[in-house]
Design a protein around this ligand. Sequence first.
Ligand SMILES: *[C@@H]1O[C@H](CO)[C@@H](O)[C@H](O)[C@H]1NC(C)=O
Ligand SMILES: *[C@@H]1O[C@H](CO)[C@@H](O)[C@H](O)[C@H]1NC(C)=O
Ligand SMILES: *[C@@H]1O[C@H](CO)[C@@H](O)[C@H](O)[C@H]1NC(C)=O
Length: 407
Amino acid sequence: MIKHLVVLSLFALSAFGAKPLVCTNGFTLINNKCLRLFSTPLGHSASKSKCMEYGATLVTVKNAIENNSVSKIAASSSSSLWIGLYCFDSDVTKCMWDDSTGSAEMYNSFASGFPHVDIGKCVYHFTQGFLGGKWLNGDCDTETRAFVCELTETLEDSCEYNYNGHCYSFHQPATFAQAQVICEQECGNLASIHSSNENRYLSSIISSLSNKNYYIGASWPSTSVLTWLDGSTSDYNNISPSSAHEGNCALLSSQEQWLSSPCTSSQPFVCKRSVGSQCFSTPPLVTITPTPPNPSSCNSTLLMAPGKITSPNFPSNYGNNQFCSYHLSTLGSYRVALYFLTFTTEFFFDFVVVYDGDSASSPKMGNYSGSKNPFALTSTGNNMFVTFKSDHSNTFQGFDARFQSSV
Ligand SMILES: *[C@@H]1O[C@H](CO)[C@@H](O)[C@H](O)[C@H]1NC(C)=O
Ligand SMILES: *[C@@H]1O[C@H](CO)[C@@H](O)[C@H](O)[C@H]1NC(C)=O
Ligand SMILES: *[C@@H]1O[C@H](CO)[C@@H](O)[C@H](O)[C@H]1NC(C)=O
């Protein structure tokens, strides 16, 4: 038995990369949940908003242990607390958790005679006396109560903004392409956003800063298409319905909505990286075999995602009569997503061609020249093939692109 426990705990340690789970923003870890008591009474929707400033939600209570945690955090200071449950009718199966996990049918602690929506549709947890630990209904609009927020735990990291396994940093204005390069120096990317909680968390930080609109890592060629530079799935957006599509890049505003911007305009920006990822800010001291530098990856054999390709000599101009090919690949069921951050070649004479496959005989996805805003392409399979060809005269800066695995 003891042997099993040791093996199990070793497994648990390696599964979490041996980093302790932590709660940020003054939340406390109680029975594996990050909770924080707000003892100043507020209406139900104001309570929810307060939680969301931290990227948190009103607490959900799925079992007796969690029910006990709520009573415990309230201690003797608050006699009742809003929880994240809303009843559409006086029937437990019609009382739904805010985190969209369904109804309270599986576990509830309603006092007898409850739920009772004639009194109110919102639910609070009573902490004292014979009703201690029981839930009652309260009017969402007129009653004010203390409340408990629940935040997803994260891993330990010394960064200032640590949320749900990621560190965020906020920077002074740069163009979209420059911003991504700076984020990469921090081992991250321009931020992708995947939930309304994450969105609210970031915009509430922005509202405390002096700038109000920040680049996020989206390529946004048209109102209906939005892809993330870090290769993550586009599963959430908060595009402002009222703002015109003024450019291919997206800004997160302090009002939570996403606005468009020309990618060449200089804007502050948000970077995102995984917690605990280490970045070498200085190159390693010992180089064993000096390899000829080929930062462009021109003509290298096979490039696995994630990676970077550029035209020869970038950011300086490429030469005349150059030809380069780049074979980009990813494993398993992923696809290759390629993002051109900078693109400027001699219009109609120096071309970049992208193929949906592993060679120049695969179907052509595009043939590009001239100056272009950042744009993105995604292959249908594991491979993408890119060629660059310049003619005998007139050279430009060329291109700088990133590729990632994409679902
Ligand atoms: C909820 O917690 C309180 C306090 O710990 C306890 O008295 C009550 O019985 C619990 N309810 C349920 C259904 O477990
Ligand atoms: C890349 O390879 C092609 C032949 O496949 C060659 O013509 C070209 O000069 C090479 N480019 C560079 C920059 O070495
Ligand atoms: C790309 O377009 C140019 C101009 O239309 C054309 O000359 C060139 O052959 C094209 N390249 C490929 C590989 O299709």
